[in-house]
Design a binder for this molecule. Structure first.
Ligand SMILES: Nc1nc2c(ncn2[C@@H]2O[C@H](COP(=O)(O)OP(=O)(O)OP(=O)(O)O)[C@@H](O)[C@H]2O)c(=O)[nH]1
Length: 404
């Protein structure tokens, strides 16, 4: 095992360099971009993981108190903060940090004991290896169990690099416990030299995974923005074009798909009478009501102007009618908009996909039904018949209030 040797001083220098560079990078990133929970603490943890070995390298030229106890306390604090920061970043419970925070003073006391009362390099190696093993394995679990939606492959990379490092530390502690006392750490053997090499790998892997997760979050938020209507926050036509092929394939398998087309009644006169800002608020209010009444399996799109399309996958006509009627009532009773009592109502056209019917034909039937609802006095739900009777239109709900 000792025929191959690595230079600990060089490896130590690389740890210091990488940790400090990544730390500074993350701190600058955090300052210049929108704050990301846990990122500042993660940067700090890397700084500690870098400063610890720096202080350690003064061994022999400064007091043991500084070069042994303080240096190792800084390294252990660095690993503790990696755990804390990743709990914040991944929205994991902070309970994961309790055990290692409790072990921290005990580990420092043991360091004091094995450097000043019963000096033993071997015992100190075991103490730090056990502490780091526990904290990195807990960090790997906390990272995996976080509630935050992140790119899975990057989460796995972060978690598995921490887990592998922790496992190596368990091996190092066990090996050291079974070996003889170490007289000079610099020549203690390959296992201890590998610790420095693996620490460099851990710093690089953690930093890369962190950047990967942040980048994936940005891409997701940009994609989300591009698919939402900025005023109502409903999905836009671009989103409809993206999800429609999938919805149609699934609905052909399930043999059922219904849609509801709705349009605010006399919206132009709301705009003309109260101004476009009030009109915007009315539109937002209607969108909110629709979002509250519909279920997560329904898709709601701003189709254009004041027209909103609701897609109900795997739903028959009756189900769509019941939903449309409940939406109609909820909009009719939704109250004041901007402290102004508006006659806020909507009309609805409902249609269900017929055998072999195209999407365009379905939308056109829902549009026709909506048109008839307007003709019938508005604030009404009209259903397009399911069977081929193009001229026959059913009115399913009476008008609560006709608006001229
Ligand atoms: N405030 C506001 N108005 C909008 C927006 N988009 C479209 N509009 C207005 O919405 C109105 C749509 O009117 P229509 O649907 O044609 O007619 P209506 O007055 O609602 O009448 P009916 O639909 O027949 O009940 C137009 O005046 C558009 O200028 C928007 O984002 N904000």
């Amino acid at each position: 095992m000792d025929s191959f040797t690595l230079d600990i001083r060089t490896l130590n220098f690389i740890i210091i360099l990488f940790s400090c560079i990544y730390s500074a990078g993350f701190l600058l990133y955090q300052r210049s971009q929108k704050k990301i929970s846990g990122l500042g603490l993660f940067a700090l943890s890397l700084l500690f993981i870098g400063i610890g070995p720096l202080v350690l390298s003064f061994r022999g030229t400064t007091s043991n108190w500084l070069s042994i106890i303080i240096a190792n306390a800084i390294i252990m604090l660095g690993f503790q903060l990696v755990l804390h920061s990743l709990c914040l970043f991944r929205k994991s419970s902070l309970k994961y940090t309790y055990f290692t925070y409790a072990c921290y003073p005990l580990s420092i006391s043991l360091f004091y004991y094995y450097s000043h009362i019963v000096p033993s390099i071997k015992a100190r190696v075991i103490v730090i290896s056990v502490f780091v093993a526990i904290s990195t394995i807990i960090t790997a679990i906390a990272t995996l169990n976080g509630k935050q939606k992140d790119l899975k492959i990057a989460v796995w990379m972060m978690s598995s690099s921490l887990f592998l490092y922790g496992t190596f530390m368990v091996f190092r502690a066990t090996w050291s416990a079974l070996s003889e006392e170490i007289h000079n750490f610099m020549y203690a053997g390959l296992l201890h030299q590998l610790t420095f090499l693996f620490s460099i790998l851990l710093v690089v892997a953690m930093s890369f995974s962190m950047l990967w997760m942040i980048n994936a979050r940005l891409v997701r938020s940009i994609r989300e923005v591009s698919r939402r209507d900025p005023l109502t926050q409903l999905y836009n036509r671009h989103a409809l074009e993206r999800v429609l092929p999938r919805i149609l394939v699934e609905s052909h398998k399930a043999m059922s798909l219904s849609i509801i087309m709705t349009d605010i009644d006399n919206f132009k006169s709301i705009n003309d009478k109260h101004g476009h800002l009030v009109g915007d608020k009315a539109l937002i209010r209607v969108a909110k009501v629709i979002n509250t009444v519909t279920r997560p399996c329904h898709f709601v799109f701003r189709f254009g102007g004041d027209e909103i399309l609701i897609i109900l996958p795997n739903s028959h006509l009756e189900e769509a009618n019941i939903l449309a009627e409940s939406l109609r009532k909820s909009i009719f009773t939704c109250g004041l908009v901007d402290n102004i009592e508006l006659p806020l109502t909507s009309s609805f056209g409902v249609a269900s996909l017929r055998d072999g019917e195209s999407w365009e034909s379905l939308v056109s039937r829902a549009d026709q039904a909506l048109y008839h609802a307007k003709e019938l006095g508005r604030n009404t739900v009209v259903t397009s018949p399911q069977h081929m009777e193009p001229r026959k239109i059913h009115q399913v709900a009476p008008c609560d209030k006709a608006i001229s």
